[in-house]
Design a protein around this ligand. Structure first.
Ligand SMILES: C[S@@+](CC[C@H](N)C(=O)[O-])C[C@H]1O[C@@H](n2cnc3c(N)ncnc32)[C@H](O)[C@@H]1O
Length: 313
């Protein structure tokens, strides 16, 4: 297994997650045309100044465009870029650096396919004179073509227990398409749900915020990249996170058997990512049950020691 001064490969079954310590603008050209999905959360404007470099919202679009060519060239023609980000309030007013950034990317050739919303089921507490608690963030889906790889079957959800009792009591209106009484144009045909086990989710993802015990100030929930990997990356595909932080994307990719590359410019966070990959990504419960734990932890332990040494942490 190749380990260079700044690169460590973590293996789970036949899948690999490569953690690279470096600037993604410099590292990504090695993966030109190879990625199916870039799913990431960049540093938000003027946030986490104590932890890593932050960019003023007025300068954010310009800064983000310095990554544009590397992102674009890394993706296959059918590939997708998913950016999780949120607006900033400046002097009581929403600064629209996020919209400006997405608009600037589209002016450079990206197609804006969808705006997903991550609805936080446990938003941070707070009181402001003119707004309520902040309960959601954007996940923008950008592509190089209008028909990217897209597998909605992979993200279907269980239909829910309520269906059984509802379908037991089908009335006349349920046996044909029933249009809304207020003439809104919406309608439904409940009888078509008989026998269905799953439903297609919407573009709103309800997921809880992650607690502060992952060694990084801005960890997103594993289910966020997991959803987009299932939806937008084929089973033999390659996922890249160019702002990898504590490695959440790698944990999601390994759990789904997708190859992954994580690029992070902080040695400290590379180490956190490696620790998390070892603890959450590789030594998973199913493997413990299969008796593979000792093999995995031994091999990852070796890499972990190596990275600590390489990064002099
Ligand atoms: C919002 S955090 C990502 C958190 C991650 N999603 C997680 O769950 O842990 C953004 C990360 O990008 C890293 N970063 C900033 N500029 C970078 C660059 N040019 N190349 C690689 N990483 C960079 C920061 O150090 C930070 O850890």
């Amino acid at each position: 297994m190749a380990i260079s001064e700044k690169k460590v490969v973590v293996t789970k079954a036949d899948t690999t997650c490569t953690v690279i310590h470096g600037d993604s603008r410099i590292e990504l050209p090695s993966f030109s045309g190879l990625a199916d999905l870039i799913v990431t959360s960049p540093p938000y404007a003027d946030a986490r100044k104590k932890h890593y470099d932050s960019v003023h919202p007025d300068k954010f679009a310009e800064w983000f465009l310095t990554f544009n060519e590397a992102f674009y060239n890394t993706l296959k023609p059918t590939g997708s870029l998913v950016i999780n980000i949120k607006d900033k309030v400046v002097k009581g007013v929403k600064h629209r650096y996020v919209w400006r950034t997405i608009d600037a990317l589209c002016q450079h050739g990206w197609y804006s396919i969808e705006d997903y919303i991550w609805h936080k089921t446990n938003p941070m507490p707070g009181r402001w004179p003119n707004r309520l608690r902040d309960g959601w963030e954007y996940c923008f889906h950008l592509t190089k073509s209008k028909r990217p790889y897209f597998n909605p079957e992979a993200v279907r959800r269980p239909i829910g227990d309520w269906v059984a009792s509802r379908l037991n009591k089908l009335g006349q209106n349920d046996l044909k398409r029933h249009n809304s009484a207020n003439a809104s144009g919406f309608g439904r045909d409940i009888s078509r749900w008989v026998g269905k086990q799953t439903v297609s989710p919407s573009n709103v993802l309800s997921l809880a915020l992650v607690g502060k015990n992952k060694g990084h100030p801005a960890v997103y929930p594993t289910d966020l990249p997991l959803f987009f990997i299932k939806l937008l990356c084929p089973e033999d595909g390659l996922v890249i996170d160019p702002f990898a932080g504590s490695g959440t994307t790698g944990i999601a990719a390994l759990s789904l058997g997708r190859r992954c590359v994580l690029i992070e410019n902080s040695a400290e966070y590379c180490e956190k990512a490696l620790q998390r990959l070892r603890n959450e990504g590789v030594a998973q419960k199913d493997e413990l049950e299969n008796g593979l734990k000792s093999v995995r932890s031994r091999s990852i332990g070796d890499h972990s020691n190596k990275v600590l040494q390489l990064f002099k942490i």
